[in-house]
Every structure is written in C-alpha cells, then in structure tokens.
Design a protein around this ligand. Structure first.
Ligand code: N01
Length: 518
C-alpha cells in the first residue's frame, strides 16, 4: 500500500494486484482466534504521515488482528488507494522483455500488464505450508490452516478439535480455542519457547506522551537492531560475568517486561550455547512453574537454544495445559502418519476430531515469489537462479532480473525486525531509486553479480557467527521438505543495514548497473 502511494505521488501510473478481496496482507489472511501482533501497537504502524499516526487510536499494548486490519483499511481509504488495486487477482507470471526493458505481468484473470518497474510486495510469510498428509481429502470433519482462516470464523463450541503445530500461530490460537471447544488436542513436534506478552489496554497517558513527540519515538526505534523497543534498556554486560543472583534479577526484569526483550537480558545471550543455557533454563523453569502435570511440563520444555527458532509471545499458552479439556500429544518420535475420515493417526493410535487446525506455518521468504513464474534476462526462471537458495543484493534485487524489486526480500533484515519499519525503509529506498532514474532519463537497473555475490557471502558469514544455523527453523527453510537450507534474512541488524543502503545511494548506487536503454 505504501509503495503504491509513494510511486503514485511521484507521478507514476501504478497498478496494484492483490489476491485477497481487500487490503491488509498478513492481517487479511491470518484471522485465526487469538491472532495478534507481537510488536507493540504504538511501534507497529506507518510513520510516513504524521497526521495518520496522530489520528489513529490503538487500544491495546499488542493489537489484535481485527484492529490491524481496520488500520490497513483506514490507510487505504485515507489515501484513496483502492482504485489503484485490482483485488481477487493473482499474478501468475512476470517476464522481462529485453527489447523494451519492461516486465510483462500476467494475472489469473488472463490480463497482461506491461510495466517499466515491477515491485514484488508478496510478503515473507504468505505462502502457507500444509504438510502432505495422506488421507486429508477423506477427513469427514472440517480442517483449516491458520494462515488462510475463513472470514466467517469457525465455531468450535462443543467440538473435538486438533491443533497441529506449536509455533507462534498455534501458541496464540490454542488458549482461545481451548476456551471454546469441548476438547482440544495439541500435536507437538518441537516444543517452543514463549514469553508472556503481558498484554492490556494502552494507558492514555503513555499514548499522549508518545504522540507528543512521535518523531523521537520512531527515531529511537529505527536506530535499534530490530526496529522496535528503542525505549527499553539494552544491557551490554556479559551473562558469564554475572553471578546467579544478578542473572535471576535481570531475567525477572525482562520477563516482567514481556515479549522479545527477554533476549536482551544480557549482551551475549546468543553468543554460544553455554551463554544461552542460562536464559533457556530460566524460561524452562517458568514452564515447570506454570504447568501442573510434570510430564506435560517436561514435554513443553524446548531442547534447543532460546531465540534460535523465532521466539513466541503468548497470552496464557502454558496455563492452557492445566485445563481438563486440553491434551498434549508428542509427535516428535511418532510423526503424524495419516489423516483418516475420523481424525489423525500417530504412533499407531487414531485420535478422533470434528475439526483439525493446521498451524503448520509457511514456505517463508521465497515461497510466494517462487510460486510466480518469474523469468528474467535470457528467459532465466527465478526458480532456477534460486535453486540452491535465494541470492540477492541487499534483498532489493537479484542479478539477471533488471527493474524487478523485492520488498523485504531474502537478504534483507525483514522477518528479524518490526516488519512495518523494514517495509517503509524499502519503499523509501525503491521510490527514491526510481525517482533518481527518471530524473536522469534512465530506465534500466540491475544488481551487479559481484555485488550480489559479496552480499550473499557477507550474509552467510554473519549468520554463521550466530546460533541460528543450529535448529530447524523456517528462517533456514528447514520446515519445508526439500527446500535448500540457507539462512535467508540479513542478520547484521536493521540500523547497520540501513546505513549500508544509504552508503550505496551516496556512492552513486554502487553495485547496481543503471542505464538508459532504447
Ligand atoms: O509457523 P511455524 P507459525 N507434523 O513454522 C509444526 C509469524 N507469526 O504460523 O517446529 C507436526 O513457526 C512445526 O513443527 P517443527 C512469526 O514470524 C507472527 O506458527 O517444524 N508438526 C511448528 O511447530 C512466526 O514465526 C505472529 O518441528 C508440524 C509449526 O507446525 C511465523 O509467522 C503470529 C508438521 C509451524 O510453526 C510462522 O509462525 C503468528 C508436521 N508434519 C505468526 N509440519 C505475530 O504475532 C509443521 N509442523 C506477528
């Protein structure tokens, strides 16, 4: 939406193409019960228009899906964006025409658009991952994926419900479904760490204080590693140097604050498994303190490093396992074998359900791009170029695909940050770049191969210094069978990434070939 607004205000003719029948992206599709942002609402919003950020009223510390969707609709109306969107339309192919340096974009409606520039704003977590369970088509009840939730909602009252998965979507939906359903069975393959959100109504005084100087609030967030949480103290001392009492005090403080900030209890929580163990043990003891049944509590205790898979933020997740109508089934050693007309089979046992909820995640970062038949110079398919994993320069372009930009593409900080902040930074960069080309009568831009290779190498070497490669996360593509195992987001920090992007511009778009072509 912001890209469309920005390019349109620069005088370009812009066509937005959107699969849904409305705006909102992630917040349009993920309507599952309990869906909520785990970045605070005062931070998870656009900053490009001061009147917009002053007039919009958030109600809770962490906004629920419906409120963010209302916000997206408000933005669409306020800036009159709908006329430029074609809804209920999917892009099927995008082919670069070398003779004209234009993209030919064909949609599910059979239309083909010719465009000088093509911007893929297809999202990082928008292509759902539904494991290929045998027999699913014969299931007699209803089944849903959290990422494609029906608009009309789902009535769980009196139903026997299964939730498959224990990632963020499951951890948010399980407490709410458990309150509505007759029974809930959770199928867990890998236990996950989750920190309480401590959600609640926003205090008017706090909102007033931020709105009195929103610029400063944005600035301190934009200068952080992740684009949020700038007002909270980040400690620079080592976890190893602290004694037990200091560690406990610090962990208590960050746990009480809630959310991702727990990982900032010390400067080096992610430095090595030995450093990390203190924080992981603290979080596991919290689980043991909440869950009454010791066997269930142990099953819910993760055996990996904390922060290696994306941390979850919850409202009453572990407490839900104390309910009489909730059961946990470990499918780590006995994978789900198949779906039957009555339910699911694991470990040779059949569990019967009326509804199955698949909270099984996404083909992250590359799934939506690669589901479009994108062909660059020499008719090279993007699928071929990225066969061994995505390769980009700054996550903004990939060599061989001129005039094609990706917003929050692989190789940019994206999913490791406040997404709205990262999206705005990319939109600002791309629109400035296009403006520069137009002012200089240029119509061709392509990431240079050498710059791309260096960027990929830089990214890989940075990620190897972290604990991220050590577990099977979607950051690595490890959740999708057959997907190359490559750490996809840029892990060097949002503030450092922005500095690099600015440096490229100040050095005449270094690493990009820019030309005027007939
Ligand atoms: O998906 P996930 P998600 N049998 O991939 C399990 C964002 N998000 O939708 O870990 C059994 O994290 C899988 O098990 P395992 C956020 O970035 C944000 O929950 O692979 N289980 C895992 O437990 C988040 O990280 C918010 O062993 C199977 C689960 O399914 C990202 O979206 C809210 C299985 C998938 O977890 C994705 O989260 C929600 C199988 N065959 C989501 N296949 C915000 O608040 C998969 N699983 C902003």
């Amino acid at each position: 939406m912001y890209m469309l607004y920005k390019l349109r205000s620069q005088g370009l003719a812009v066509q937005g193409i959107e699969r849904g029948d409305g705006v909102g992206g992630t917040w349009y599709w993920n309507r599952y019960p309990g869906a909520r942002c785990d970045v605070e609402s005062m931070e998870y919003s656009y900053q490009f228009d001061d009147a917009l950020q002053q007039e919009w009223e958030w109600n809770e510390r962490y906004a629920p899906q419906a409120e963010i969707l209302s916000y997206a609709n408000h933005v669409a109306d306020r800036f009159d964006l709908r006329p430029n969107f074609q809804f209920e339309t999917s892009v099927e192919s995008a082919v670069f025409d070398e003779a004209t340096s234009r993209w030919l974009v064909t949609t599910s409606r059979g239309e083909t658009y010719s465009a000088q520039w093509c911007v893929m704003a297809t999202g990082c977590l928008s292509s759902t991952n539904l494991p290929n369970f045998e027999g699913l088509e014969d299931f007699a009840g209803d089944w849903f994926h959290t990422g494609l939730w029906p608009k009309a909602g789902v009535d769980f009252a009196g139903k026997r419900v299964a939730v498959v998965g224990t990632g963020s979507s499951a951890i948010q939906s399980i407490p709410v479904i458990a309150q509505q359903a007759a029974s809930l069975t959770v199928f867990q393959r890998t236990a996950n760490f989750s920190i309480p959100a401590h959600n609640g109504p926003l205090a008017p005084k706090f909102v007033e204080q931020i709105k009195s100087d929103y610029t400063h609030f944005r600035k301190i967030n934009n200068e952080t590693f992740s684009g949020f949480g700038g007002r909270w103290r980040k400690y620079d001392d080592s976890i190893l140097a602290a004694d037990e009492q200091k560690r406990e005090t610090r962990f208590n403080e960050k746990w009480a604050l809630g959310g991702f900030h727990f990982l900032n209890s010390f400067a080096d929580v992610g430095a090595s498994p030995d450093h990390n163990k203190f924080a992981a043990d603290y979080a596991k003891n919290k689980i043991r303190g909440i869950v009454n049944d010791p066997a269930t509590a142990e099953l819910l205790c993760p055996d990996q490093v904390i922060g290696c898979k994306r941390l979850c933020v919850d409202s009453g997740y572990f407490e839900t396992f104390n309910r009489d109508n909730v059961k946990l089934v470990n499918v780590k050693d006995n994978p789900i074998e198949r779906v039957t007309p009555k339910g699911l089979v694991t470990g040779g046992e059949e569990y019967e359900f009326d509804i199955i909820v698949f909270a099984t995640g996404f083909d992250a970062m590359t799934g939506s791009l690669l589901s479009i038949d994108i062909k660059g110079r020499n008719s090279q398919p993007l699928q071929e170029k990225w066969a061994a994993g995505p390769r980009t320069y700054l996550g903004l372009q990939t060599h061989g695909f001129p005039n094609l930009f990706t917003i929050s593409g692989p190789g940019s900080p994206s999913v490791l940050t406040n997404m709205v902040v990262s999206i705005e930074q990319h939109v600002n960069w791309i629109s400035r770049c296009i403006n520069h080309m137009r002012l200089n009568q240029m119509n061709y831009i392509e990431a240079e191969l050498g710059a791309e290779d260096e960027w990929v190498e830089h990214n890989n070497s940075l990620s190897e210094l972290t604990l991220f490669p050590g577990c099977n996360s979607w950051y690595l593509g490890a959740n999708v069978p057959g997907k190359p195992r490559v750490f996809m987001p840029y892990v060097g920090g949002f503030q450092n990434y922005v500095a690099k992007c600015e440096d490229v511009v100040h050095n005449g778009y270094k690493g990009f070939l820019m030309q005027a072509r007939a």
